[in-house]
Design a binder for this molecule. Structure first.
Ligand code: NAD
Length: 344
């Protein structure tokens, strides 16, 4: 696959637009999701066309090279901009870091391009955004897409990179019933559970509430494991006790932060906290929860305390920002050993 395909190649004749899907954002999640989606669509009908777009051109090139190696003859192209991707495809999926990137890709790229399309093409265009971002930003973007005569749903995911790779993600969908029905067969190629949470923004509201719990849960598990081992308990014994008691949760029984505490499993702590869900992303999600809670006038004191501590962790140990967020245990341990102060 050539580094950059020409504009006309990407667009193709307008009759091809209906058979084409664009995927914008080929990061840790998007790469795996696009791979599952395209490979299954290709298996279903090999005349389908695929378009990928990323702010880092090498990511799109790498994706295309891998894909054509696996599926020789696949019609896959690189769009250099979201405008190109929108002109090329009737279905557009975005998987970007957060609100600023979605604002830029939709308000500066996708929406103005939709406005310029002939009415029938705009009306047949469907956007799915799987990014975790602010609820009000998602709603404003969906409104802009609707005003440009197209449809959009928010469909953030749960399940992480492992779920993205295995196509077992849960999609939490916000939008109209018609939008949900249109999204379902597409999302089913990348995930297992597809839940209609309510109108536009509802998928994100559900995702943010889930991650509010998760961020606090992982932190308190780190605290309990640190306290228990300080009191002389074997981490494996303590984990086994909690896993079969009322303190049981995903953070202790699956994502345990202490090496060797789960002898039968292999959480990120066994690999120096590599892989998993980055602390920087959890910090972002705790911020999304604080923002939406402030707008709703809803108290989230534990969430705010956890957000402050994740922020301190990333500031004082930037190398933990891209590690799994269970490394908060490592941070707390270091705070204890060095006698540092916790800001939260
Ligand atoms: P990532 O940073 O690995 O990927 C984001 C991709 O978007 C990158 O390839 C980046 O180059 C691209 N991008 C950024 N700005 C762009 C632009 N303007 N135009 C085109 N491409 C652009 O992030 P990720 O881990 O894939 O996460 C994506 C989203 O999924 C985030 O909202 C995250 O919170 C959410 N999420 C992630 C996980 C996880 O385990 N990683 C789990 C659940 C949800």
């Amino acid at each position: 696959m050539k580094a950059s395909l020409r504009w006309m190649n990407v667009i193709g004749p307008s009759s091809m637009r209906s058979r084409s899907t664009s995927f914008i954002g080929l990061g840790r999640m998007g790469h795996e999701m696009a791979y599952n989606l395209f490979s299954k669509q290709f298996a279903h009908a090999n005349e389908n066309r695929f378009v990928v777009c990323d702010a880092i051109p090498e990511s799109a090139q790498r994706f295309c090279s891998n894909f054509v190696k696996q599926y020789p003859g696949a019609n896959i192209n690189i769009a250099n901009t979201p405008e190109e991707a929108t002109r090329a495809s009737q279905t557009i999926i975005t998987m970007l870091p957060s609100s600023p990137q979605i604002l830029s890709v939709y308000h500066d790229g996708i929406i103005p391009t939709l406005r310029k399309l002939p009415a029938d093409q705009a009306e047949n265009t469907f956007c799915i955004d799987s990014t975790t971002l602010d609820v009000d930003v998602a709603r404003s973007v969906a409104k802009g897409v609707a005003e440009a005569r197209s449809q959009m749903v928010d469909a953030p995911v749960s399940g992480g990179v492992t779920g993205a790779k295995a196509a077992t993600l849960a999609f939490l969908v916000g939008g109209t019933v018609a939008g949900f029905k249109q999204a379902q067969p597409i999302l089913a190629l990348m995930g297992q559970r597809i839940i209609h949470c309510g109108p536009s923004g509802a998928g994100l509201a559900a995702k943010i509430c889930n991650n509010l719990i998760l961020g606090v849960q992982q932190m308190v598990v780190g605290e309990a494991m640190l306290l228990g081992t300080k009191l002389g308990l074997d981490p494996a014994v303590l984990s086994s006790v909690i896993s079969s008691s009322t303190g049981n949760c995903w953070s202790i029984s699956v994502n345990n932060p202490v090496p060797h505490a789960l002898p039968e499993k292999s959480p990120p702590c066994e690999r120096e906290y590599e892989g998993g869900f980055a602390t920087a992303l959890m910090l972002k999600d705790m911020g999304l929860a604080s923002n939406v809670a402030a707008l709703a006038g809803c108290p989230v004191p534990l969430g705010q305390a956890a957000e402050t501590l994740y922020a301190q962790m990333v500031e004082e140990q930037p190398e933990l920002a891209q590690k799994d967020f269970s490394s908060v245990y490592k941070f707390l341990k270091q705070v204890m050993e060095e006698g540092k102060t916790i800001k939260a």
